[in-house]
Design a binder for this molecule. Structure first.
Ligand code: CTP
Ligand code: MG
Length: 555
């Protein structure tokens, strides 16, 4: 490293914070009101995107003097925050206070010598630093703190859970282990910002923003980054041009459909990432899907990314879930536990297929929380009533308005513990009349299914779309059977005895696959659950698909 410039300036260490909703306070002088008040979705997004634009990623030598690196970088401007992580070696994420520091750094950085490979001369915000004189620098190093970017394996999680004192605390432990960290959120926004640098080569007004679980407070370490290209000001121009004697508009390429335009744009940006993007690998264009996208792995940050073009409805769902996730601490704890439970039992899968998606499962948990008495979260119609003028959104003829200011939503009076809620969730969906009813978050009510899909969850914003259309009957039955089994395990359990026997108890017991040797237990469980279950079992026998039904009840 070439060292120059003034000494290292104050840089805040990032702390593990978790929820996207509550970024760590960085500066001691930060406004107390802002740090305690929960920010709106738009505020969080804007702040994070701005932060990502002032950020660079540096691949570092494995043995490194942190102080000297920071000293060196501070010659280009104040380093506001930084952290190190492991990803094919050690990398550092560096946030400058000013964007201009990046240009200054870029001016000072050399281009790799092209002896073996020819390099594409695209200057990104990804750098590699090496030591000029490795031997002399070894002596001064202190071990780097590496921020983890993945969660612990389920096996280790189960061990930790067994040491807790209640199911509620088990659920908070799981949440703490799995949720996105402050550092991981920064990396996600940086990945979007780096893709944006490419998009801007063609469309200078474009931005790339994350949506889905990276921003809806339900993201888990290791989950993909969903990002979309947004052309901010299309639409705005019409109003500006009304003044003066002329109507003026851009001449633009016209294509027969929006879909075709989306496909063309994604195709070109996909090629661009593939050909010129440092560390962009396995670029796959999936342009014929209902929602066309480009998949790629972004090696410098270690994320698998899905890039699509602005889908306003998906963004509204992300904000809706963000609001639900911020309203009550039990919401995220329950979702993370249910999602982990579903993954362990093969109810969800990272590959697309006929299984329930995490998104559908999250919506089912939200619906369950709306159904509690008193409800833990409001219905979408109630959130719509609280919407102000600025919250009005009509997309494609659908009213997607709902309140964005969290302070306007009254906290719930419900005081049920997570112990109760977990077990009631399994009870509720183990006995839900899926044949007749659908799940409607707008109304917060079970309503008659409009068509025969096995599982029908209304898209809250496009009222004629089922978000779980992909789920088939056997997968739904497997879900029901697992829910019943889990309800039974929780009811039957004798925590003290299990702790004495050193057996997993509570949530831990639910995170162990229910093996074949459990089939006798499964039969017992049918007796234990009560008349509701027997009624729905009898009902289910009336279904025509008798053989798969038998599997579902574990006979
Ligand atoms: N989405 C949707 N309708 C669907 C599927 C997805 O509106 N049928 C939107 C949702 O806003 C969702 C986002 O697309 O959050 C991303 O989808 P996906 O990656 O499948 O779900 P995530 O919520 O990101 O969950 P995961 O952590 O499993 O990626
Ligand atoms: Mg996702």
């Amino acid at each position: 490293l070439r060292l120059s410039g003034p000494g290292s300036r104050g840089h805040a260490r990032l702390r593990r914070s978790g929820a996207a909703a509550q970024p760590a306070a960085e500066e001691p002088g930060e406004d107390a009101e802002v740090s305690t008040r929960k920010k709106t979705f738009a505020e969080v997004q804007a702040e994070r995107l701005d932060q990502a634009e002032r950020t660079v990623l540096i691949k570092c030598p494995s043995r490194l003097n942190e102080k000297k690196l920071l000293q060196y970088l501070s010659s280009h401007g104040n380093v506001k925050s930084h952290f190190f992580f492991e990803n094919r070696g050690i990398s550092a994420l560096i946030e400058f206070s000013e964007k201009s520091s990046i240009a200054s750094l870029q001016d000072a950085v050399g281009i790799p010598s092209a002896s073996e490979h020819h390099v594409v001369p695209f200057k990104s915000r990804l750098f590699t630093f090496t030591l000029k004189n490795p031997v002399s620098q070894h002596l001064e190093e202190t071990p780097l703190h590496l921020s983890p970017q993945s969660h612990i394996p389920v096996k280790n999680l189960i061990e930790k859970l067994c040491l807790a004192d209640s199911i509620s605390s088990q659920m908070y432990i799981l949440l703490d282990e799995y949720q996105l960290t402050e550092e991981n959120i920064r990396l996600r926004f940086l990945a979007c910002s780096l893709v944006r640098d490419f998009a801007r080569a063609y469309f200078p007004d474009s931005t790339v923003k994350p949506f889905g679980s990276s921003v809806n407070t339900f993201g888990k370490l290791g989950s993909d980054v969903d990002m979309f290209l947004d052309f901010r000001d299309t639409g705005k121009h019409a109003t500006k041009m009304k003044k003066g004697p002329f109507e003026m508009e851009y001449q633009m390429k016209r294509l027969p459909s929006e879909r075709l335009a989306t496909q063309r744009i994604l195709s070109v940006i996909g090629d661009c990432l593939d050909n010129f993007g440092p560390g962009c690998a396995n670029v796959q264009k999936i342009l014929n899907a209902r929602c066309p996208l480009v998949k790629f792995s972004h090696q410098p940050t270690g994320f698998q990314c899905d890039l699509s073009v602005s889908n306003s409805i998906a963004i509204r769902s992300s904000e809706l879930l963000y609001i639900y996730g911020c309203l009550d601490s039990r919401v995220r704890a329950l979702v993370f536990s249910i999602r982990c439970w579903a993954r362990v039992h093969g109810l969800t899968n990272s590959a697309p297929g006929t299984w329930i998606t995490n998104f559908s499962l999250t919506m089912m948990v939200m619906f369950f929380l709306q159904r509690r008495s008193p409800p833990i979260i409001p219905t979408l119609d109630q959130l719509k009533e609280l919407a102000g003028e600025k919250d009005k959104h009509i997309i494609g003829g659908y009213d997607c308005s709902f309140v964005s200011d969290l302070r306007k939503i009254k906290p719930t009076k419900n005081t049920e513990t997570l112990d109760v809620l977990l077990s009631e969730f399994f009870e509720y969906f183990g006995n839900f009349d899926f044949r007749k009813n659908s799940i409607n978050l707008r109304k917060g009510k079970e309503v008659n299914k409009p068509e025969s899909s096995p599982l029908y969850i209304w898209n809250p914003f496009e009222q004629d779309l089922n978000i779980s259309k992909n789920v088939n009957q056997p997968q739904l039955e497997k879900f029901i059977a697992m829910a019943r089994e889990s309800a039974w395990i929780l009811q039957k359990e004798d925590k003290t005895q299990q702790m004495i026997n050193k057996e997993p108890w509570g949530l831990a017991a639910l995170l162990i696959p229910f093996g074949k040797n459990n089939s006798s237990k499964m039969k017992n469980r049918m007796k234990g659950i009560g008349s509701e279950t027997i009624r729905s079992l009898l009902d289910s026998l009336k279904l025509n698909n008798a053989s798969s039904q038998q599997k579902a009840v574990g006979k």
